[in-house]
Write a protein that binds this ligand. Sequence first.
Ligand code: PLP
Length: 399
Amino acid sequence: MPKLSKRAQLTPASPIRKFLPLARAAQARGVKVYALSSGDPDYSVPPAFFKAVRNYQPKVLGYAPSSGLFEHVAAWQKYYQSLGVKLQPENIIPTAGCAEAILFALLAAADPGEEVLVFEPVYVSYKSFAAMAGIVLKPIRLKPENGYALPSVGEMEQKLSPKTRAIVVVNPDNPTGKLWEKKELETILAFAAKHDLFVIADETYREIRFQGQPECLLKYEAYRDQIILTDSVSKRFTLPGARIGCLASFNPEIMGAALRFAQARLSVGTLEQVGTVPLLRQAKTLAQKARKEYQARCGLVSRELAKMPGVTFRPTQGAFYIIAQLPVQDAEDFVRFMLEDFAYNNQTVLVAPMQDFYLTPGLGQNEIRIACVLKKPDLKNAMQVLKFGLAEYQKKNPA
Ligand SMILES: Cc1ncc(COP(=O)(O)O)c(C=O)c1O
């Protein structure tokens, strides 16, 4: 039997997706499962998307250019301009979601065996893509007890080696819900400049922030050749199924590499590029509506979590996730219990255990991530079910 590659063996299963079979089995038993594990909101798609797709009636549906449809790239340009960043078409490449932009950014920044710094807990796809690319991720730990604040530069410098090539900053952050402060971002940029690192700036949740105005790291002109921006329409327009994002950079070498990667996979879907043009044009209004909705949802979940004995959490400042520390030893076992052994009024909840969001073994054992992606009445029910499930689990597993 031929042997599987090391990278195939090392690429982890998504902790967000690995409990879905148990959730489906619960549903097959007739249990209603509130799915709060993945960032896949039930918020409706802006109608302009389908209108634009319907109005596009080409005789032939050919490949779009690898560098993106002219009109689509122009819409991204205009969108960035509204954020104060003036990009040329050659500074933007549409990608299959931010996910593909992350892959391109990592591939352009580091070779196999080289290292990239990430803040942990980290959005899990970084772990998978790094494993696929043979890149080693070095974690800089953020702690809930000090509000996930940036550690000292000295602490960050301890993670450096001659093989370090880049640092990733996700703002607003998934999974911590942290909004990076201006001072923290400036420290990261200066740190990267001093040590000659690329900064991979993931701004998937840019507008979903519960204080201040949407920002783009590319506004820092002094550092702009170092920054590789990865972006997405998935969250701000509730369009994860469209698989549209982009990679943007002022660095011509990075853009050249990204274009060659993009040529290898030919193009991004034409219909989805067409559909997102009007959304990018009305980004401010649409994203503001989404922000308000997620703020209300996260607020509701926070209020409910605050009523649960032994549960601690830090209210989210952006994105739509909340990490909660539970009074349990093994959150993964708790998640399994909720799906296999528990139902309240024939309902249960699927959340994501946090262990796999860490790189350092042993961290996150008692943590879950709640994605506030359902409508408020559903979230309210889900929190009730979670509370009862937790009490039942603690009875069966006394600390
Ligand atoms: C921080 C972060 N980056 C990237 C992505 C991928 O998004 P996309 O749907 O655009 O591929 C996600 C999805 O949840 C995310 O949370």
